[in-house]
Design a protein around this ligand. Structure first.
Ligand code: DX5
Ligand code: ZN
Length: 220
C-alpha cells in the first residue's frame, strides 16, 4: 500500500507567526514541512533562507523539505543542511553539474531530489537516478503560491511514476502547485505519493479539516 504524505508549503503561512504556524500544521497532521526558497533570479520572487529554516527547526519533529528555486545551487546546500533540512531538491536548469549537486546534498546527510517544471523533460533522471531520493513534479510554474494546477502535468507525473518503478528504488514522487482537496485523488491516481499544498491549507482557518479531507480523498 502506498504511504501518502502531505507537505504543507509555508509560503502561504503567516510569516509573522511562523513557529506557531508550523507547530499548528504538524499538530493538524502534516507529514513534512515544505520550505520554498526563492532568489529573485531563478524565479521572480524572494522568500526565505537557511536562517529561517534554523529558526523553525526546533518547533517541529517532521522532516523539513527544502525546495530550492535558486541559481546557483551548490553553495547554499551546506547552509541548509546545517540549518536542519532533511530533504533538499533543486531544479536541474539551475545547476551546472547536476550529479555534483545531488552528491553534495547526500554528502551533507540529506535526501536529494530533482524538480521538474511543467515544460522540463524528465530525461535527466536517466543518468542520475541512483543518486535521487525524491522526484518533485511542478504542476505550476514556480515562483508563487496560489496558482492553478496545470492539467498536462498529470501525464508527467505518470511518466515519473513509471521511471521510478522501473528503477526499483525507493524514491518519493512529490507534486507541487495547485494541489487541493478537489484534485488530490486524481494526482494520486497519476502516481504521486507526496503532496505539497500551500494556499489550500494555510488559506483556511482549520488546517486539520483540510488535511483530514485530503486524506479521505486519498483513501478512496
Ligand atoms: C511555488 C512553490 C509552491 C507553492 C505552492 O513555486 O514551489 O510550493 O507554495 O502553493 P500552492 O499550494 O498555493 O499552489
Ligand atoms: Zn515548492
Amino acid at each position: 500500500m502506498t504511504t501518502f504524505r502531505i507537505a504543507p508549503s509555508i509560503l502561504s503561512a503567516d510569516f509573522a507567526r511562523l513557529g506557531e504556524e508550523v507547530r499548528n500544521v504538524v499538530a493538524a497532521g502534516a507529514d513534512m514541512i515544505h520550505f520554498d526558497v526563492m532568489d529573485n533570479h531563478y524565479v521572480p520572487n524572494l522568500t526565505i533562507g537557511p536562517m529561517v529554516c534554523e529558526a523553525i527547526r526546533p518547533h517541529v519533529q517532521v522532516p523539513i523539505d527544502v525546495h530550492l528555486m535558486v541559481k546557483p545551487v551548490d553553495r547554499i546546500i551546506p547552509d541548509f543542511a546545517k540549518a536542519g533540512a532533511n530533504i533538499i531538491t533543486f531544479h536541474p536548469e539551475a545547476s551546472e553539474h547536476i550529479d555534483r549537486s545531488l552528491q553534495t546534498i547526500r554528502d551533507h546527510g540529506c535526501k536529494a531530489g530533482l524538480v521538474f517544471n511543467p515544460a522540463t523533460p524528465l530525461h535527466v533522471l536517466e543518468n542520475v537516478i541512483d543518486k535521487v531520493d525524491i522526484v518533485l513534479i511542478m504542476s505550476i510554474n514556480p515562483g508563487f503560491g496560489g496558482q492553478t494546477f496545470i492539467p498536462h502535468t498529470l501525464k508527467k507525473i505518470a511518466q515519473a511514476r513509471k521511471i521510478i518503478d522501473e528503477s526499483g528504488r525507493d524514491i518519493m514522487l512529490e507534486v507541487d502547485g495547485g494541489v487541493k482537496i478537489e484534485n488530490i485523488a486524481e494526482i494520486a491516481r497519476a502516481g504521486a505519493d507526496t503532496f505539497v499544498a500551500g494556499s489550500a491549507i494555510f488559506g483556511k482557518p482549520d488546517y486539520k479539516a483540510i488535511i483530514d479531507a485530503m486524506r479521505v480523498e486519498l483513501s478512496k
